[in-house]
Structure formats: C-alpha cells, structure tokens
Design a protein around this ligand. Structure first.
Ligand SMILES: [Ca+2]
Ligand SMILES: [Ca+2]
Length: 212
C-alpha cells in the first residue's frame, strides 16, 4: 500500500473542501493526513480497506472524544456512514467532522435526530427513547422497578416535545423543541463532543499546518 503523495492530497483537499461547509483547503489536507494515519493503523495486513470500520470508528469516538455509550456511538457511526456501506470513507469522515466539530445549530439538530432515530424510520419512538435513556441514566439500586422511572421520563419528554401528539417524535417535533429549548438538543444522550475535546483534537490535527 503506497502512501498518498503530497500532490494527490492537495488535489483531493481542493475537491473535498468545496463540498464541506466548515473547513478550508489547508484544514482538509490535515484531516486527510489524520485519516490516513488512522486508516493505516487499521490495515496492518497490508490490504487496502474501504474506510474506518465500526470498531475503529468507535475507538476514535471513545479515545479522542470521551464517548462511552455504545448505542450512541453506533448512532454516530450510522450518521457519518452516509452511503451505509459499513465504512466511514475519507469524504464521509471530513463531511461528518464538519458538523461534529463546527456544525451550526441547524446542522446539529439534523445530526442529533439522525443519531437518536435508531432504526432509521424518521421517527424517535417511545421504545427508542426508552432504550437510550435507560442506557444513559445511572440506576438507583434501591428502586423496586427501575424501568418505571425511565418510562415516566419518556412520558415527560413526550409531553414536552411531541407537538403533534402522535406518541413519537418527528423531525419537526424535535426541531421545534430544540429551538424553544437548546438544551434538548442532546436530550437522549451525549452525541456531540465538548469544547475541550474539540479544541485538543483540532490543535493536534491542524498544528501540522503551522509547522510546514
Ligand atoms: Ca460509507
Ligand atoms: Ca425510529
């Protein structure tokens, strides 16, 4: 497997930077290099791989961005993997990071909704809310039926967010709720990085730009 040369990276960065909102050409070059390093670690066998697989991607989310919730990390993977081929390609990586690191509120609302819609039917159902909240809350060992508390929380959340009262959240319900109350953006689990991890990731990846 030959390393990509400088010229190739420049050409690629030129193309990709036109397709992403929040990175300039130099930043895209840095992100391509970082991607190749991460991918290189994966292809120890010497065979070319079509992208970052789920396991590798999850370890990046965990190690770099401090995520721990498997269900949420799978959702983030699904959201990055736009063509649904079970790999995050270079372009998907850069487009995904554009929202993940620097997205506008609009972009983040779409992103979070997609993460939370576990089965991809364009609704966040009672069951999906239950699974995610159950996963993210620490249970009280003294409670007789700990699921009851989570069921109550699902109903409270629905009451607040289900504007058309059909017992599930459509994108419109979700968007409206988050606009009214921004804290609801990550209502069902942390799926965006905090500012400290964004800063340290960007610092590490983009510092090469300065050193060159
Ligand atoms: Ca893909
Ligand atoms: Ca769903």
């Amino acid at each position: 497997m030959s390393a990509m040369n400088r010229k190739m990276i420049q050409t690629l960065a030129e193309t990709i930077s036109k397709q992403v909102e929040h990175f300039n050409k130099d930043e895209v070059q840095c992100l391509i290099r970082a991607y190749n390093v991460l991918l290189g670690e994966q292809s120890v066998s010497g065979r070319a791989v079509p992208g970052l697989d789920r396991g590798k991607f999850r370890s990046i989310l965990h190690n770099i961005f401090g995520m721990t919730d498997d269900m949420i990390m799978d959702g983030v993977f699904r959201t990055f993997d736009k063509d649904n081929d079970s790999f995050v390609s270079m372009k998907e990586w850069i487009q995904g990071l554009s929202v993940f690191l620097r997205g506008t509120l609009d972009e983040k609302i779409k992103y979070c909704f997609h993460v939370y819609d576990l089965n991809g039917d364009n609704y966040v159902s009672r069951e999906e809310m239950f699974h995610m909240l159950k996963n993210s809350l620490i249970r009280q060992p003294t409670e007789e039926d700990p699921d009851e508390g989570i069921k109550d929380l699902v109903e409270i959340t629905l009451k607040k967010m289900d504007h058309d009262h059909d017992g599930r959240l459509s994108f419109t319900d979700f968007e409206k709720s988050v606009r009214e109350e921004n804290l609801l953006l990550e209502a069902f689990g942390t799926c965006l990085p905090d500012s400290t991890s964004i800063e340290s990731f960007e610092h590490q990846v983009f510092k090469e730009q300065v050193e060159q």
